[in-house]
Design a protein around this ligand. Structure first.
Ligand SMILES: Cc1cc2nc3c(=O)[nH]c(=O)nc-3n(C[C@H](O)[C@H](O)[C@H](O)COP(=O)(O)O)c2cc1C
Ligand code: SF4
Ligand code: SF4
Length: 338
């Protein structure tokens, strides 16, 4: 049992509550530095999580006044999640957990002209959670897992986890375990049992005997944009046997991408290789699974859009070396040193 705590920024108040938690026989504490409403206004929750100095200070107090393992729960309502994570680590935290909820207004009542839910004619922001926040949470987990200053601190992942696959994805990015809130609220605790059996089956299929066999396996494959291979050129390809001529790819590419799909009078759709920039939009809008795929150009092939020849694998270039970089000299690139 891990006890979640939210206490004002006062050492004595933390000491007192930690004494009481110690008496319960709890296995650990999680410091809630993420609650975005009600508590933040009283100087707790995200009001603490947004100030790395406070995060570090309170973590130190907790480690001083308690022997229990201490997880610091971070708020996503901050520009760079790595800074409070670093402060937690420096303060002596045994682990960090992320994310708490994201400040949000989910709807406006257009008759009352008021955000919902309405409280006596007024509304305020709420905390966004559930499947929509998973991509944001995964990025934050990856940021903390791969930054050299925070790498290695155990991470407990939270944010939109509803299936075993969600949990496995977070764990592949570096989280040691996963927490479930919205899905349990929606479907009940039983969903966690289903997640456990799903993950166990997947692990058997993959030959993993323990979660540490795959935790963090995807972390080294997360990089910054400037390190991607710019010579990795792909073109959309339409399988004419699968195409149902709905025209969605044409509308999407014509109106909002690169006008790279041609439509003939008999509604045959073909990709113009000299225009396609590989944005993948058509793949996403096509309703037929596998109908549009992206084909990688092989070394020696010419990209008809740019006229450039794809170099051999060993000669591939990132943004730092590629002639498309307007900064030219990689030493002057804004990304220098990253
Ligand atoms: C109704 C509700 C109440 C919550 N209360 C707390 C809380 O008391 N302490 C806390 O640390 N997080 C609280 N959270 C945040 C969740 O623990 C979790 O961090 C967040 O909802 C994201 O995970 P999810 O997408 O699985 O819900 C609450 C979330 C919801 C939806
Ligand atoms: S990948 Fe993008 S640019 Fe290429 S055809 Fe599809 S939508 Fe058009
Ligand atoms: S979206 Fe898919 S099915 Fe529809 S026309 Fe394009 S390729 Fe064919």
């Amino acid at each position: 049992m891990v006890v979640s705590l939210m206490v004002p920024l006062d050492e004595d108040a933390w000491r007192k509550i930690l004494d009481r938690v110690g008496e319960t026989g709890a296995d650990g504490v999680e410091l809630n530095f993420g609650c975005p409403h009600g508590m933040a206004e009283r100087g707790m929750g995200s009001a603490v999580g947004q100030v790395p100095e406070y995060v570090g200070q309170i973590t130190q107090w907790v480690k001083k006044h308690s022997d229990l393992p201490c997880i610091v729960k971070l708020t996503p309502n901050i520009t760079d999640i790595r800074q409070p994570a670093l402060a937690a680590k420096q303060g002596g935290a045994d682990a960090v957990s992320m994310i708490n909820t994201i400040n949000s207004i989910t709807s406006v009542n257009l008759d009352a002209m008021c955000p919902e839910p309405m409280i006596d004619g007024l509304g305020t922001h709420g905390g966004y959670c559930g499947p929509a926040v998973k991509p944001i949470a995964m990025n934050m987990v990856a940021e903390v897992a791969r930054w050299e200053k925070t790498a290695g601190i155990p991470i407990s992942a939270i944010g939109g986890i509803s299936t075993w696959r969600d949990a496995a994805e977070f764990m592949a990015l570096g989280a040691g375990n996963a927490q479930v809130c919205t899905a349990a609220m929606t479907y009940g605790f039983r969903i966690v049992k289903e997640m456990c059996s799903g993950m166990s089956q997947w692990m058997d299929e993959k030959g993993y005997t323990k979660t540490s066999d795959f935790i963090g396996m995807a972390t080294p494959r997360v990089t910054d944009w400037q390190h991607l291979n710019l010579d990795y050129v792909t073109k959309a390809e339409i399988d004419q046997d699968l195409c149902i001529s709905c025209g969605r790819c044409f509308a999407a590419c014509e109106d909002t991408s690169h006008q790279a799909i041609a439509m003939s009078e008999d509604r045959t759709f073909t990709v113009k290789d000299d225009e396609c920039v590989a944005c993948n939009l058509c793949v996403n809008v096509c309703p037929v699974e596998g109908c549009i795929t992206m084909r990688r150009l092989e070394p020696g092939e010419t990209d008809l859009r740019t006229g450039m020849t794809i170099p051999a694998e060993d000669d591939k270039r990132t943004w730092l070396e590629h002639p498309n970089n307007p900064m030219g000299d990689p030493l002057t690139c804004i990304s220098r040193g990253q």
